[in-house]
Every structure is written in C-alpha cells, then in structure tokens.
Design a protein around this ligand. Structure first.
Ligand code: NAD
Length: 411
C-alpha cells in the first residue's frame, strides 16, 4: 500500500550540499496513480548550473586526492542509509513513476547492487607498470575524469542513476545529475542520503529541468563525460551534441523486444513469463517483451498469456501510465492497430480504474493479435502494457522479422 505525502514536497536544485530555494520556474510533480500533486522542484537557471559545475570541479580536485578506501567508506555508509530508508524511498519513487511498491523496491535494490560492486573497486586494477626495454618502462594509471554528468529517464528514478553514481564517485569524479522532469523527487532522497553518508559538498549536484538544462550541462567546458538513458530520439540528440564537443558520451535509448514462441514451449512458463514481461512496470521498461513472434499453432499458449494478464489487479499488481498524454497516445495506438485490421484479444481501454484512483492514468494489459510487421504496433516503441503478436509460419520467418527491428535491447 502506497502512502501519499501529507504535504507537497518542495525542493530546489541540490547544490553544494543544500537545496536551493531561489528559483523562478518550477516543475510540478503529479502521481500517475491519481494525478494529485506530490510536490514541485525548482528549475535551475543557466547561471546556477554554471556555478554548480564550477563548484563541482573545485570539490573534485580534493576528492580525487582522497584515498579510494576513504571514498569507499562514504559509499559504504550510503548503502546503509539506502537500506535503512528503502521503504520510504521506494514509496516515493513508486508514487511519482506509477510503479507498484514491489517494483519500486526491486528497482532500488538493483541500483544498490551496483553500489555494492562499487565498494569492490578499491581492490581492482588501479594501474601498473611494464618494463619495455633497458631503462624504459611504461606506466598506466587510472585517474578520475573530473566532472561527469548523467541525464536519466522517468521509468527507473533510482536504478538507472545508481548505475553510475556509485562508480563515478568512488573513482574520484564529481557528478552532475539531471533526473527526469517527470520523476525528480526520488533524486532529492538520494542526494540527502549521500550528504548524510558524508559525501563532501559539491560532489553531487542535482539540477532540475529538461531540454535547456541538459544542453547547458552538455555544453559546459568542465563537463568531461555524459551518460544518458532515455528515448532513442533524445539519446541521439545528446550523443551528437556531446561528441561534437569531443566529449565521451554513453547514450542508451529505447527498445522493442521480441520473444519467439514455439509450439513445444512449456505452457505455464511461457504464459507467466510473457505476460509478466509485457505488463511489468505497466510495460514502461526498456526490457519489456512487447512483440510476440508466434510460430505455428501456439493458441493454447496465447490463451495462458491472456489469462494471466487479464487477472492482474490494476493499482496493486500493475501500476499506472506516467502521464495522461502518454495514456492517450497508447489508446490512440491501439485504435490505429485495430483500424489497420489487427484483432484486439485483450482490451485495456475497457478496464476501470482502481477504486478511489479514478483520476489516474490507467490502461489495462492489452494484447493485439495479427499485427503486420510493417505497422506501428511492431515498429514503434509504444511504452505501455501492450503485446503485439505477429503470426509466423516458421522460426526462420520469425527471425527475419526480429532482425528487421531497429532496436536492439533484448531478444
Ligand atoms: P526521454 O528521452 O523523454 O527523457 C530522458 C531524459 O532526457 C529526461 O531526463 C528528460 O528530462 C531529458 N530530455 C527530454 N527531452 C530532451 C531533449 N530534447 N534534449 C535533452 N534532454 C531531454 O525518456 P523517458 O520517457 O524519460 O524514458 C523512457 C525511455 O527510456 C524509453 O524509450 C525507454 O526504453 C528508455 N530506457 C532505456 C534504458 C536502457 O537501458 N536502454 C533504460 C531505461 C529506459
């Protein structure tokens, strides 16, 4: 059961260990569960971002000189605080992202796994030396880059940032974090946890905003490397902008993952696995199996998928769609598929909202059968609880279709 905050949560950007309160523009954060206002965050001005990055650069110089064992102690304490507060953080991230509590907690725990890995970095290869000739040796050292930045998506407000925060900080960098404009509140808890763990001020600066703020961060000369996770469209924009400036950019985009289902597949395992894959996080995850390549006669299997998906209780077993606009987009995509001749086997458009949550962004699990390979339901990442089934004669036909996908996350 999720607990809504008694009062709206209000935060400015987190700079030099403090939340700033002198902002003129703000982002209002609503819960996908019922569209109630959870709080607001202040959008950083260009001048504030510039100062935050300069301060991060100053702080990074002494952090890089701090022995890795001492930096790791801060991370160890950070882990203890996250574990202590895991329910509180999972509750907030579920409220703002539309996940169920169990999904919110699982995501944070996956992030903590990376933190645990980061604790081992102090025992990893930090450099070495080779004698290459008489009196000549080559030495290699691993040094921090300086200030690095990360731009993260709405659907994993803690896990995706935690892919890089513990690693970058343990290795002596300062970190500029621009969380999603849709789910910025989780970042405030993570920033507070790092402060409590003893991270020196300036090493984690949290900037709120969207496109403009991202561009300011990418363009800043002191930012040496940029991480991005989000849609393919924005991943390309960020990648091009950063690499044009000669910066290192790791940009990860969207997905349309295919599952090939064969007639001899185990009925129960495939029914459960395929259903849970496309409905988990209400389909709002890059690894969701959103295309089923159904080879031969697999109607019995599809019936199992349908049974499982239609039994899910909205609100407790499947969460909500991030925004009203995205819910409307998903409904229009189902309408278009239907008009194009596909058959709606399970219609999430007809499902009612959970009691008391009628204002939320709800769409039930949807299964669309007889989708054509060149149609939107196959070629576009819809990002909702929708499974598109393409019927295939044989496995090589299925593989051919899979190989036409422009996305490449999982198969
Ligand atoms: P998004 O691309 O809309 O936003 C991602 C981030 O970019 C946010 O912080 C947002 O504020 C910022 N942003 C938005 N428009 C921008 C612009 N024009 N210029 C610069 N920055 C901009 O993505 P989203 O909707 O938050 O997240 C869902 C997407 O993320 C899906 O496509 C999903 O597949 C993908 N995703 C991928 C992975 C992966 O590992 N490949 C993991 C999680 C999510």
């Amino acid at each position: 059961m999720l607990n809504f905050p008694q009062q709206a949560l209000t935060f400015g950007s987190f700079i030099n260990g403090e939340f700033q309160n002198n902002y003129s523009q703000k982002l209002v954060v609503r819960s996908p569960y019922n569209n109630s206002v959870l709080g607001e965050v202040g959008v950083s001005s260009t001048a504030e971002i510039d100062q935050a990055i300069q301060d991060a650069s100053m702080a990074q110089k002494s952090w890089a000189q701090t022995p890795i064992k001492e930096r790791s102690k801060v991370m160890f304490e950070f882990r203890n605080i996250l574990m202590r507060d895991i329910d509180k953080i999972s509750n907030l991230k579920s409220l703002e992202s539309g996940k169920t509590f169990a999904e919110g907690k699982a995501g944070l725990l996956k992030g903590i796994e990376v933190l645990e890995f980061a604790l081992s970095l102090q025992n990893s290869d930090l450099g070495g030396r080779l004698d290459v000739s008489r009196g000549v040796s080559c030495e290699y050292r691993r040094t921090a880059l300086g200030v690095v930045a990360n731009i993260t998506p709405f659907n994993f407000p803690a896990m995706v940032p935690m892919w890089t925060i513990p690693i970058a900080l343990t290795l002596g960098n300062a970190y500029i974090w621009k969380p999603s404009d849709k789910t910025p509140l989780t970042a405030t808890y993570i920033a507070s946890a790092l402060k409590e763990a003893g991270l020196p001020n300036g090493l984690l600066q949290v900037i709120f905003g969207a496109q403009n703020e991202v561009e300011t961060i990418i363009d800043h000369p002191l930012v040496k490397a940029i991480g991005f996770v989000g849609s393919t469209k924005v991943a390309k924009i960020v990648y091009e902008r950063g690499t044009k400036l000669g910066k290192r950019v790791l940009a990860m985009g969207g997905a349309k993952n295919h599952i090939v289902l064969l007639p001899d597949a185990n009925l129960d395992i495939s029914g459960l696995g395929i259903s849970d894959s496309f409905t988990g996080c209400a389909g709002q995850r890059c690894m969701a199996a959103s295309v089923l390549l159904a080879v031969g006669d697999v109607d019995k299997h599809i019936e199992k998928i349908l049974q499982r998906a239609s039994s899910l209780k909205l609100g407790s077993e499947m969460g909500a769609i991030i925004t009203k606009a995205q819910k409307e987009f998903l409904i229009s995509a189902i309408d278009r598929a239907e008009k194009a001749g596909a058959k709606i086997l399970l219609d999430g458009r007809k499902v009612s909202a959970p009691k008391g949550m009628e204002e939320g962004n709800w769409l039930g699990p949807t299964i669309i059968d007889f989708v054509q390979p060149n149609s939107e339901a196959h070629t576009t990442e819809l990002f909702g609880p929708i499974l598109s089934i393409i019927r295939c004669k044989d496995i090589s036909g299925a593989m051919k279709i899979q190989n036409t996908s422009v996305y490449g996350n999982a198969c």
